[in-house]
Design a protein around this ligand. Structure first.
Ligand SMILES: [Zn+2]
Length: 654
C-alpha cells in the first residue's frame, strides 16, 4: 500500500494535513451508516460557527467564493495568488480573524486591485440582495481592509469593555456591564445546578431592552439546526445502543426547544453512553470564544473508538483515585471519591464547526461543573489526529533546532510520541476531573472570570506533569521507563518558553488560554528553580536553549504550583489568578521572541496545522436502502471547502 500522505499544502502560517481512519472498512455496516448520518449532521452546522465568530463572515465568505469561481480576469498574477491565500485563510479560521491570535488579518493585495477582482466577477446574486454593485463593493472592501472595523474577534484585556470591543457575534449593542448584570440576576439563589444561562443565545439590546435570541429550531440559526435535527433523527434508527438513542433524543429535544435544562439532561444521558463504538459531540460546547466565558461556539466531532488507545486510557482512568490521593494538592481541595472518569481513545471521522479545520487533540466533556462532579465526565484523546501531527513533524527538523543536546533529540525521537499521548491522557482523564471547589464558593467562571480558562488548563497540565515522571506509570505498564516522563518535561519546557512563540506575531503578547498556561508553568518553574539551577538558560551560536538539569526538583516545582493553582480554583481567588497569569502567562520577552521567529523561519514550517476531512459517501440500492458507506481521503483543501459551502449552505446571507 502507498504510504498515506499527511501534508498536502502550506500557505501563510498554516499547514494543511490529512488524517486517516484506520479500520473504517471493517466496521459493521450499521456503524458506517450511523457515521454517515452524523457526518451530515456535523457539516450542517458549519455555517453557524462562521456567523458566531463575526456577523459578516458568511457574507464575506460567499463573496470570496463567488470571486474564486467566476472571476474572468488573469489568474496567473501575484494578486490572484494573494487573493487565494486570503480566501484559504478565511476558510481555515472560519472567518476574517486569525483562529489563534483573534486579530483581523488582511489580504496582501492593494484594496484597489481587490475591487478589480470583484468588478470582474459575477456578484449579481449579492447585488440584488445588497443594493447597487458599487455600494456592495465598497461595503466588502471596508469590511476586509479597514483595520478599525472588527479589529479583534475576542478582546480579553483588563480594563476595557471586553463585550463591546470583541467583534464576535454573541452580543449586539450591549456593554459588558449590561451583559454581566443581565446574567447575574438569573441565578440569585446561587443554585449550583442551575443551567449555564446564556450558553445558546445571542444577547441584544433593542429599544432599550435586553433580549436573548436563542439558537434553536424556531429561533436564530433555525435552518441549520433543522437540518442537524433531520440527520440526527436518521441516526436514531441505527444508534449504537439504547443509551445512545436516549441521548440523541434529548439532543434533538434541546435543539427543538433551546431549553438549557434539557441540554443538561442531554449531557447526563450522553455520559451514560460511556463506551460506544461510534460517538458524537454536536452542539454549543466551548465558551473560550466569549470574553465573559458564557456563550458557546458550535462544534461537532464524529468518531469511532480506537481500541489500543482505549486500553491505555482505561488504565489511567482505573487509577484515578490513586492519582487524586497522591497529588500534592491540599487535602481539603481533593475529591474524596473520584467518580465516573471515563477515558477512551477515538479516531475522528469528521470534524466541523469550531473543531475544524484546526482541531483539538483531546476532549473532556461536559463542561458544567455540577454534572462533572456528580456524573463524571467523558474524556477522549483523538488518536488519528495526534498520529498525523507526529508524522508531519517527525522530519521537520524542529526538535533538532530547539533541543540542546544529541541526547535530548534522541530521547524526543524515541519517546516523544508516547510521552505526548500520556500527557494528553493525564491532562484529560485525571487532570480536569480532579480537585473540588470549596463549599460556598461559586463556579470558577463567576469567581475567576476571564482567568478561569487559563487557570483550568494550567491545573490539568500541572497534574499531568507532576505524574509524568512518577514510577507508578512504569508499574502500571503505561511506559517502559521513567525517562519517558523526562522526554515530556524537555518538550514542555521547550514548548512553553520557546517554540510556542512562533504562533505569536512580533510585538504581541499571549492571548490564548492554552498558550498562556504553558508559558505560565514553564516560566514560573524556570524563575522559581533559578537558585537551584533546575532549568538552565544556555546560549550557543547566538541561540537560546533551556536545559533541564534536575528533573526531580522540576517535578517538585510542578507539584508546588499545582497546589497553588488548585487553591486558586477552589477558593475562587481572582486576585491570585490575575497575579499569576499577568506575571508569567501574558508578557513575551521581545528579544527572545524575535530570535525564536528567526530560527523557526529557517525551518520553513508553518506554525499552525489544520485538517482536510475524509469524505463519506453512501451507496444505496434501488429502494434507497444504504448498502455500503465508502470513505475517501480528498487532498485538495479548497475543493473540500467549496464543496461544504455549496452543499451545507444553511444560513442565508444578510
Ligand atoms: Zn484541557
Amino acid at each position: 500500500m502507498e504510504p498515506f500522505k499527511v501534508l498536502t499544502e502550506q500557505f501563510a502560517d498554516i499547514r494543511i494535513l490529512r488524517y486517516h481512519v484506520p479500520g473504517f472498512e471493517n466496521l459493521p455496516l450499521k456503524s458506517r451508516e450511523l457515521l454517515y448520518y452524523l457526518h451530515e449532521a456535523a457539516l450542517w452546522g458549519r455555517d453557524i460557527t462562521y456567523d458566531q465568530n463575526y456577523k459578516n463572515n458568511l457574507l464575506i465568505r460567499h463573496t470570496l467564493e463567488n470571486i474564486y469561481l467566476t472571476y474572468s480576469g488573469d489568474r496567473t498574477n501575484v494578486n490572484w495568488q494573494h487573493f487565494v491565500v486570503y480566501l484559504k485563510r478565511v476558510w481555515f479560521s472560519n472567518g476574517i480573524h486569525h483562529h489563534y491570535s483573534m486579530d483581523k488579518f488582511f489580504p496582501e493585495m492593494p484594496s484597489e486591485d481587490f475591487r478589480e477582482l470583484m468588478r470582474n466577477s459575477n456578484l449579481s446574486a449579492f447585488a440584488a440582495e445588497n443594493g447597487k454593485t458599487d455600494d456592495f463593493i465598497n461595503k466588502i472592501t471596508t469590511l476586509l481592509y479597514n483595520p478599525d472595523v472588527a479589529a479583534k474577534r475576542l478582546v480579553q484585556d483588563d480594563g476595557v469593555d471586553m463585550v463591546a470591543a470583541s467583534a464576535n457575534n454573541f452580543y449586539e449593542n450591549v456593554t459588558q456591564k449590561e451583559a454581566e448584570d443581565f446574567y447575574n440576576t438569573m441565578n440569585q439563589a446561587n443554585d449550583p445546578q442551575a443551567p449555564q444561562y446564556g450558553l445558546n443565545s445571542k444577547l441584544i439590546k433593542k429599544d432599550g431592552e435586553l433580549h436573548e435570541l436563542v439558537w434553536e429550531k424556531n429561533g436564530m440559526y433555525g435552518n441549520a439546526i433543522s437540518n442537524i435535527i433531520y440527520w440526527l433523527k436518521k441516526a436514531l434508527a441505527v444508534a449504537d445502543n439504547e443509551k445512545q438513542k436516549a441521548a440523541l433524543e434529548k439532543l434533538i429535544e434541546f435543539y427543538t426547544t433551546g431549553d438549557l435544562k434539557t441540554f443538561d439532561d442531554y449531557s447526563i444521558a450522553w455520559l451514560q453512553d460511556a463506551d460506544p463504538l461510534v460517538d458524537v459531540v454536536n452542539g454549543f460546547i466551548e465558551v473560550y470564544g466569549d470574553a465573559l466565558g458564557r456563550k458557546a461556539t458550535w462544534e461537532s466531532v464524529v468518531s469511532v473508538r480506537d481500541e489500543e488507545a482505549t486500553r491505555r486510557a482505561a488504565t489511567v482512568s482505573a487509577n484515578a483515585q490513586w492519582f487524586e490521593d497522591h497529588s500534592p494538592v491540599q487535602p481539603e481541595y481533593k475529591k474524596e471519591k473520584v467518580q465516573g472518569v471515563s477515558a477512551r481513545g477515538i479516531n475522528a471521522v469528521v470534524l466541523a464547526g469550531d473543531c475544524s479545520p484546526s482541531t483539538p487533540i483531546g476532549i473532556n466533556l461536559p463542561n458544567a461543573d455540577w454534572i462533572r462532579s456528580r456524573y463524571g465526565s467523558k474524556s477522549v484523546t483523538i488518536s488519528n489526529i495526534i498520529a498525523a501531527y507526529d508524522e508531519a513533524s517527525k522530519e521537520s527538523g524542529a526538535i533538532e533546532a530547539f533541543a540542546w543536546s544529541e541526547q535530548e533529540i534522541a530521547l524526543a525521537k524515541k519517546y516523544g510520541n508516547l510521552a505526548g499521548n500520556l500527557h494528553v491522557d493525564l491532562h484529560e482523564i485525571v487532570g480536569h476531573g480532579s480537585g473540588r471547589i470549596k463549599e460556598g464558593v461559586a463556579n470558577p467562571g463567576d469567581t475567576l472570570k476571564n482567568y478561569a480558562s487559563t487557570i483550568e488548563e494550567a491545573r490539568a497540565d500541572l497534574f499531568a506533569l507532576y505524574f509524568a515522571t512518577d514510577p507508578k506509570l512504569v508499574e502500571l505498564g503505561l511506559m517502559p521507563e521513567k525517562i519517558v516522563g523526562e522526554a515530556e518535561y524537555n518538550s514542555y519546557i521547550r514548548g512553553g518558553l520557546l517554540t510556542q512563540l512562533v504562533r505569536v506575531a512580533p510585538g504581541k503578547n499571549l492571548e490564548e488560554s492554552h498558550m498562556r498556561n504553558r508559558q505560565l508553568i514553564a516560566l514560573w518553574a524556570y524563575e522559581h528553580g533559578k537558585s537551584d539551577n533546575v532549568i538552565e538558560c544556555k546560549v550557543r551560536d547566538g541561540k537560546t536553549f533551556f536545559v533541564i538539569n534536575d528533573y526531580k526538583k522540576l517535578r517538585a516545582l510542578f507539584g508546588k504550583l499545582l497546589r497553588e493553582v488548585q487553591r486558586i480554583k477552589s477558593e475562587g481567588d481572582y486576585q491570585a489568578a490575575r497575579h499569576l497569569i499577568e506575571n508569567y502567562g501574558v508578557k513575551v520577552d521581545a528579544g527572545l521572541h524575535q530570535e525564536v521567529l528567526e530560527r523557526w523561519k529557517t525551518l520553513g514550517i508553518a506554525p499552525f496545522s489544520g485538517f482536510i476531512n475524509p469524505q463519506l459517501e453512501p451507496i444505496a440500492d434501488a429502494r434507497g436502502k444504504i448498502t455500503a458507506v465508502r470513505i475517501s481521503y480528498p487532498d485538495d483543501f479548497a475543493q473540500q471547502m467549496l464543496h461544504y459551502s455549496h452543499h451545507y449552505a444553511a444560513l442565508g446571507v444578510k
